[in-house]
Design a protein around this ligand. Structure first.
Ligand SMILES: [Zn+2]
Length: 84
């Protein structure tokens, strides 16, 4: 499956967090790489939606929607700085 960039989940991020996050700065919990959310590698059918670190490919974010409820796993993130 080809990876998209973080812009592919812009609408999902607004839906979940209530704001534009593609320009937010994320820090990978695995390798410590810092990048904008827009630069992450996104897989839309992984299953669920998965955003991976572009440096080490570790999973940073997972979104799964079941019966209208979106569950979010951010354990792969060391930091998400929305003030960028
Ligand atoms: Zn990484």
């Amino acid at each position: 499956m080809d990876a998209l960039d973080g812009n592919a989940i812009a609408g999902l991020l607004v839906e979940v967090f209530g704001g534009e996050l593609t320009t937010a700065s994320s820090v990978c919990g695995s390798c410590g790489a810092r990048s904008q959310v827009a630069e992450l590698h996104v897989y839309l059918r992984a299953p669920g939606t998965v955003a991976r670190c572009r440096a080490c490919a570790a999973v940073q974010m997972v979104f799964v929607t079941i019966r209208g409820i979106t569950c979010v796993d951010l354990r792969g993130l060391a930091r998400l700085d929305m003030a960028q």
